[in-house]
Design a protein around this ligand. Structure first.
Ligand code: ADP
Ligand code: MG
Length: 622
């Protein structure tokens, strides 16, 4: 709740709306104790007194009634009627929407066609017709305004419910034996509640206006009772001679509706889960770089090199050190494996390279990323964007999430190509075909016209690889590209990447949690734990003689076919949370060799040649 309020008041306009509306509400609530005159007491001698007259702060109307008193009483009535209408419309409309969306089929059809019929009448005419049938009066105006707004809620909520009703958690609730009512109340309602509140907050102002409109026409509040609409209606005749009688209620209506709308927009932004992460804290085009220390010098190592890279997430007062000083490099034609348990910081490392970590909350706080010697972190955004895809490309774990569901794969490939090169339509198509063939997609020609959902997982991942290859990059960063695939397809994809590396001299950083994959594909391997490299070296050497206890435990976790029965190893305990890392070795709490010295002070990554290990008591000397 406090997070919601904080988010809400960060929006200046919403805060302004809240203050104005709060002041109006306060005034209205204080009516019984304020020294107000009787709003309906007439005094024909004092007709049309100007504002600031003796005893009448805002003047009087055509019957000599005190305008201030009428204004406050009228505001109270208008607010009450508007809010009541909104509540009624929201309750009935949402109930209709949920029922229609949940049951679907014929019930849905029947209900929604009824709602459509209501919507087929012009809005205000329908309200007029209802009041005409029921007879003029504030209560009937309320009913009319609520009734014409029911379809709005019904349609909105039905749409969301239809999407939710087919989801697994509803099926699970059904399988658990819950009845329809329980499912609607305990499973569906909480999920649509924020939408209902959002829809309400954006329509209350509208409903107050509609009620005022009906009163203005003499169909709402009846004399002598004042509401804002009837005050305006009565002042109409004296619009020129005594303008203050119309200005006073007019300004109040303006203030109420403006403040409610501003506040409503703010509430929507703060509540809407889609906007919550987006609209208010719009991620920057590239990760924020805020390096406090000196930038490491270029040491000329590798085509792509990370030097002491530090990436953190600043969430409120907490700092998550996801990447805590990572140094690694790849040469042309080389494959470097980056391995570690889930949560060890592999993805954040990879995304930091091209400034793809979303900011906020991500911040690069130190180190450098050098592509051919140039520091990518210091680069202007336009230059960095030029290099994304063109020089360094990514393959992600879930191809279904990275491919656009509504475009054919051919179009998406073409877009990737056109993004960096001005080529003709037919050339692009040729190139797209060539790419699909390069990643060994059978019938490439007909596959160009497929949508992502028409392909299998392995096929989609090949398209992902094809897109990464589209601009002939020099470096490919593959973030667990085979984790979602079955073993046979995984083997094909690995073979494909290996071929591409040999044919095109690609440098690959291959991220995985599986030492089996590393053994198959990578020349060198870097083992990551809690945001730092704990061991690195040539794959063969590391596999044959792991030095860090964590590495040897990881290797022991790989099952061996035909290796006879043995107990499958697991590493006890969990990786530490990176917002509260222990001093010394982060693996110490899970390590059976840990000693007191391991828990004190910084442990350096030491070694000779390409091998290095960050351990005081390594299993093997390196
Ligand atoms: P993996 O090695 O599985 O790819 P990640 O690089 O995705 O791990 O995550 C590294 C660490 O960063 C994790 O501990 C994760 O909790 C943390 N992290 C990732 N994204 C965020 C975020 N937006 N806010 C806070 N912490 C994050
Ligand atoms: Mg990851």
């Amino acid at each position: 709740m406090s997070a919601f309020l904080k988010l809400l008041f960060r929006n200046r306009l919403a805060a302004l709306g809240a203050v104005v509306l709060g002041a109006i509400l306060l005034l209205v609530l204080l009516i019984p104790v304020l020294p107000l005159k009787d709003p309906n007491a007439t005094a024909t001698a004092d007709r049309f007194l100007r504002p600031f007259s003796e005893g009448h702060l805002l003047g009087t109307d055509h019957l000599g009634r005190d305008l201030l008193s009428r204004l406050l009483h009228g505001t109270r009535l208008s607010l009450a009627v508007g809010l009541a209408a909104a509540l009624i419309a929201a309750t009935i409309g949402s109930a209709i929407g949920i029922v229609a969306g949940y049951f679907g089929g014929r019930i849905d059809n029947l209900i929604m066609r009824g709602v459509d019929m209501l919507m087929a009448f012009p809005y205000i005419l329908l309200a007029l017709a209802i009041v005409a049938a029921l007879g003029p009066g504030l209560m009937n105006a309320l009913i009319a305004v609520a009734a014409v707004n029911i379809p709005f809620f019904a349609r909105n909520i039905r749409g969301i419910t239809v999407g939710l009703a087919g989801r697994e958690f509803i099926d699970a609730a059904r399988l658990a034996g819950l009845g329809h009512t329980r499912i609607i109340v305990s499973e569906l309602l909480p999920n649509v509640l924020s939408t209902i509140v959002i829809a309400m907050s954006t329509t209350v102002g509208w409903m107050i206006l509609e009620t005022a409109g009906l009163s203005f026409l003499g169909l709402g509040s009846q004399p002598p009772q004042a509401d804002l609409g009837s005050m305006l209606g009565e002042a109409r005749a004296a619009l020129i001679t005594a303008p203050h009688t119309s200005v006073v209620p007019g300004v109040m209506i303006f203030l109420i509706v403006m403040s409610i709308n501003l506040l409503g927009d703010g509430v929507r932004d703060a509540l809407d889960p889609r906007l919550r992460s987006g609209a208010l804290s719009r991620p920057r085009a590239t990760t924020l770089v805020d390096r406090t220390g000196p930038v490491p010098e270029d040491d000329g190592k590798g085509l792509l090199a990370l030097q002491q890279l530090q990436t953190e997430f600043h969430v409120g007062k907490r700092v998550f050190r996801a990447v805590g000083g990572v140094t690694l490099h790849v040469e042309k034609g080389e494959c470097l494996g980056l391995i570690g348990e889930s949560g060890s910081g592999k993805s954040v490392t990879a995304l930091s390279v091209m400034g793809l970590v979303s900011s906020p909350p991500g911040v690069v706080t130190g180190g450098a990323v050098r592509y051919a010697g140039e520091d990518l972190l210091a680069m202007r955004y336009a230059d960095l964007r030029q290099r994304r895809g063109e020089n360094v490309a990514y393959i992600f774990q879930d191809p279904l999430a990275t491919l656009h569901p509504l475009y054919r794969v051919g179009e998406q490939l073409a877009e990737a190509i056109r993004c960096h090169h001005k080529v003709s339509e037919s050339e692009t198509r040729e190139r797209a075909l060539e790419l699909l063939r390069a990643v060994r997609i059978p019938n490439a020609e007909s596959r160009l016209g497929d949508y992502p959902h028409e392909m299998s997982g392995g096929m989609r991942q090949r398209v992902g690889i094809a897109m990464a290859l589209a601009n002939d990059p020099d470096v490919i960063i593959a973030d667990e590209p085979t984790t979602a695939l079955d073993v046979t397809v995984q083997a094909q994809i690995l073979a494909l990447l290996d071929d591409l590396r040999r044919e095109r001299g690609l440098a690959i950083i291959f991220i995985t949690h599986d030492f089996g994959v590393v053994a198959q594909l990578c020349d060198r391997v870097a083992v990551m734990y809690a945001g730092r490299i704990v061991e690195q070296g040539p794959t063969k050497a590391v596999l044959a003689a792991p030095a860090h206890p964590y590495t040897s435990r990881l290797i022991a976790c790989v099952p061996e076919l035909g290796g006879g029965r043995r107990e499958l190893a697991a590493i006890p305990g969990l990786p530490p949370s990176v917002d509260d890392l222990p001093p010394g070795c982060a693996f110490a709490p899970r390590c059976d060799k840990a000693q007191t010295a391991c828990r004190q002070g910084e442990i350096a990554l030491e070694g000779t040649g390409p091998r290095a290990v960050r351990c005081l008591f390594p299993e093997e000397a390196v």
